[in-house]
Ligand binder design. Structure first.
Ligand SMILES: [Zn+2]
Length: 131
């Protein structure tokens, strides 16, 4: 068992998610840049965790960072867990859904807006609910 409010076995996640979603969300994969369906998506609404439907980001905080993944300058308070990630020879901050522990992406402190944050998110990790 883990600490997350939403508990599922890896077999249950595998059944619920597509192969690509499982690879990214549960095995900390990364989708190829400029391929995600929400990269250039600009509608008003909120973005939820693809695995457990918890709202994570608002469209108001989305911006075009040019990096090839959906980017946000803030997350919805309390919905994201931050973990130091030293994989691939880099020191980064991994972001997880605080409700189910699924991998969402990384956050960097080189954002162009007032928050200074750039949440770099996999499209397959999120779902969109139109306002
Ligand atoms: Zn989740």
């Amino acid at each position: 068992m883990n600490k997350y409010p939403i508990q599922k076995s890896e077999a249950e996640w595998k059944e619920q998610l597509t192969e690509e979603e499982y690879r990214v969300l549960r095995q900390k994969g990364t989708e190829r840049p400029f391929t995600g369906k929400y990269n250039l998506h600009v509608d008003d609404g909120q973005y939820t965790c693809m695995a457990c439907s918890t709202p994570l980001f608002l469209s108001d905080n989305k911006f075009d960072s040019g990096c090839g993944w959906p980017s946000f300058d803030e997350s919805i308070e309390g919905r994201i867990e931050y973990i130091r990630d030293t994989s691939h020879g880099m020191i980064r901050t991994e972001i997880l859904c605080a409700s189910c522990g699924s991998h969402i992406g990384h956050v960097f402190d080189d954002g162009p807006t007032e928050s200074g944050q750039r949440y770099c998110v996999n499209s397959v990790s999120i779902n969109f609910n139109k306002k």
